[in-house]
Design a protein around this ligand. Sequence first.
Ligand code: LUZ
Ligand code: MOS
Length: 763
Amino acid sequence: MNHLDPNRHVRGESQYLDDVPVQQGTLFAAVFESPLAHGVLKSLDLSAALAAPGVVRILTADDIPGDNQIGGIVPDEPLLAEGHVHFRGQPVALVLARHEHQAHAALKLIKAEIEPLPIITDPRVAAAQGEFIVPPRTFKIGDSQAAWASCAHVFEGVAESGGQEHLYIETQGAYAFPTEMGGVRIISSTQGPTAVQRHTAHVLGLGMHQVEVDVTRLGGGFGGKEDQATPWGALAALGAYCAKKPVKLVLDRMADMRMTGKRHPYSSDFKIGFDADLKIVAYEVEFYQNAGAAADLSPAVMERTLFHATNAYFVPNVTATAYSCRTNLPPNTAFRGFGGPQGMFVIESALAKAAEELGVPTCELQRRNLLREGDLFSYRQPAEMCHAEQAWDTAAKEFDLAGIRAEVERFNQTNKLQKKGFAVMPICFGISFTKTPMNQTRALVHIYSDGSVGISTGAVEMGQGVNTKIAQVAARTLGISINRIKIETTNTTRVANTSPSAASATADLNGKATEMACAALRERLLRHAEVEYTLNYEGIEIRNEEVLAAGMPTETTWDKLVSSAFWKRVALTENAHYATPDLHFDPATNTGHPFAYHVYGTALTTVTVDCLRGTYTVDALRIAHDFGQSFNEVIDRGQIEGGAVQGIGWMTMEEVAYNDEGRLLSNSLNSYKIPDIYAAPKVLDVHFLDTPGHPKAILRSKAVGEPPLMYGIGTYFALRDAVRAFQPHTALPFSAPMTPEKTLVSLYPEFSATNSTFNLSKV
Ligand code: LUZ
Ligand code: MOS
C-alpha cells in the first residue's frame, strides 16, 4: 500500500493553501514586524502607508474586538504588539491592500517609534536575572546526592544544542472569509485547526461556533504549525472581520524565518556517576531552555526534555531540573521530538565524556546501561514491552557492529588526512501527549447510500501519510476496498475540540476513533443483514451464513447491503470518540503513567571526516527500529528516513544564528543549510524489528513520526569520534551542530578565534 498522495503532489494537483482559488474582492495582508528585539512601543505613524496605492486599511491592537491574547499555556502573547515589543519580527500591524505587492510596499512606509530596552538572547543570562516563563521543574527518582559517594567514577560537563528552522516547504499562511452573522471561515495551514479556531474566537470576541477552520493538507509542519499557525489564522480572520472582505495572508520564506520560532536551543550542565561495573548510578542535569519572548509551548517542551532526560538507559538515581528562560527571540516552539532530542543529547554527551575519560568505547557504556523490562523511568512509569536491548542486539548482529568498528579502526590506522568515526544511538521515545487530556479525538464516518465512504477526523495530513493510514484502517474494518474511501478535509465543524496533529500520536488516536466508528457501522450492517435474511427481503441476495462466515460483507455484497440498510432506515453515519485508556500524570509530584507506550530503536552511524577541510560525509546510517506490526511499511520507512536525515541536519549543518541584537542572521537558504541528497547518508538501512507492537498502537503498528529524528544524534558523536581519531584532545566541547567550520576548528585547536595562526605542521 503506497502513500495515497505523492502522485498528485508531483503532478501539482494537490491543493495547498495557495492553490485555493482567490475570491473576488480579496484583500491581501502583510505584517509589519517589530524592527527591535525589545523596547517600549511609543508610537506608530501609519499615515504614509495608509496613503500608499492599494492600501485599504491598517489594523493594530486597537482594532481587536475581543482579547488581544493568543497565549496557550501561559497568556503572555498578544496577537499584535501593545505597549512593548519583545522580539524582532513580532507582529505590530496588519496592512490590507488590493494586491499583495501593495501590502508589502506599504510596510516600508510605516514608522514605529520604539524606546530600546536591554536585550537578552542567552538562556543562562535570562536565568541569572530570574527571567523564567514558568517556575522550574524537577524530575527526581532515588537520591542522586546520596549516591555520589557510592560511585567509582563521576564526570561533569556542559552540553549545548542549537535551534532548528522547521523549513516546511509551504510557509505559514491563512485565508479568511467573513460569513453571515459576523463569523469567519478560515482556511489555514495548521496542525491544530482547533487552536486556530479557539484563539481566533477569543481575539474576535466570538463563540467558537462562529469560527470555522478548514485544512486540506499542509506542505510540511514538523511542529512549526502546532501552535504557530495560529497568529496568521487569527490575523487573516481579524482582517476579514474588520474589512468584511476575504483576506489572504501568506508569509514569504524570509518573513517566515524571521518571525516564527524554532526548535529550542538548550544549554545544560550534567553530572554522571558509575559503579565499578560501569553501571550508571546517578545522573544530575540542569537544562536551560531558550524559550524566546513568550511561553508558546515551551513549558510542555521543557517537560518532555525531562521525560527523556535518560533516553533509553536505566538510571536509579536521577535529579533533572529544567528552566524555561525568557529571552528576546521569537518564541521557540514544537519541533519533531518536542524537547526530547535536547534531553537525549545531554545524556549521550555525558556517556561520551565518561567513555573518553575512562578510555572505553562509548558503545560499551551505552549497551551496559540499556533499559530492561520493568525498569522505572524517573516519572515512575515502568518500561513495559521494552525492546531497548533487542533493538541494540539486533542492530549489532544485522549490521555487524564489531565488523564496522574494526573497519573504522583499520581505516584510521592507515589514513592520515581522512578519519572515520562511529557511534551508536539507542532511542526510547514516549508516545502520547504528556498533557493527558489532549489524548482524545473523534471520527465521523458517513457511508453514502451508494456504498462509498467519507471520513472526517481530527488528523491533519502534512505529508506524513496519516490519511492513507486512516483509509487503510477503515478499509480493513469495513472490509471494503480503499478506493471507496475518501478522507475529508480536517474541519472544526465536523470534528470538534481536537488536539493538534502532533506528538507522533495522530495515526494512533484518529485511527482508533476511525476503527471504532467503522466497527460500529459494520456491526450494524451485519445485524441488518441477519434480519434481512430471516425476512428474506426481496431483491437482496445476501445470505446470512456467507456474511457471518466472512465476518463482514464482501466487496460485491457491500453495495446491496448498504442500499438495503438505507431503505430500511438504518443509520449509516457513526461518530466515535477515542481517549487513550489508562493515562495519568500528576504534575505536582511529576509521577504517573503519561505514555501509552514507548518506541525503541538503535542506529549505527559511520562518518568520514576530511581532516584538511573539516568537511565530512555520513557513510552509513543503519537502523533497527521498533515499528510493532507495521501495516504500511512504505510510509513507515519514509518517516524513518526523513526523520533521521532531519536529525542529522539539526546535529551537523543547520545553524540558527542570532546576533546580540536578536536579529536572525541565518535568515534565508543562503545562510541556513539543510541536508540535501549529498548530505544524506550514503547508505541508509532500516531493519524492521520483530516485535509484537502494542495494543494501544493502531493495529499494533507503533507511532513513527518523531522517534527517528533522534537517530541523527548519533552523527554528532560519530563526527566527534572521527575528530578525536585525528586530534585526541580532551577539551572538545559538547556543542551541536557540528558544522564543517566547527569540525575544522576542532581538528586544529590552535586555529581558533583567539589564536588564528593556522598550524599545518602536524599534518
Ligand atoms: N505537543 C504537545 C507535542 O502539546 N504535547 C506533547 O507532549 C507533544 N509531544 C511531541 C510533540 N508535540
Ligand atoms: Mo509536533 S513537535 O509533534 O507538532
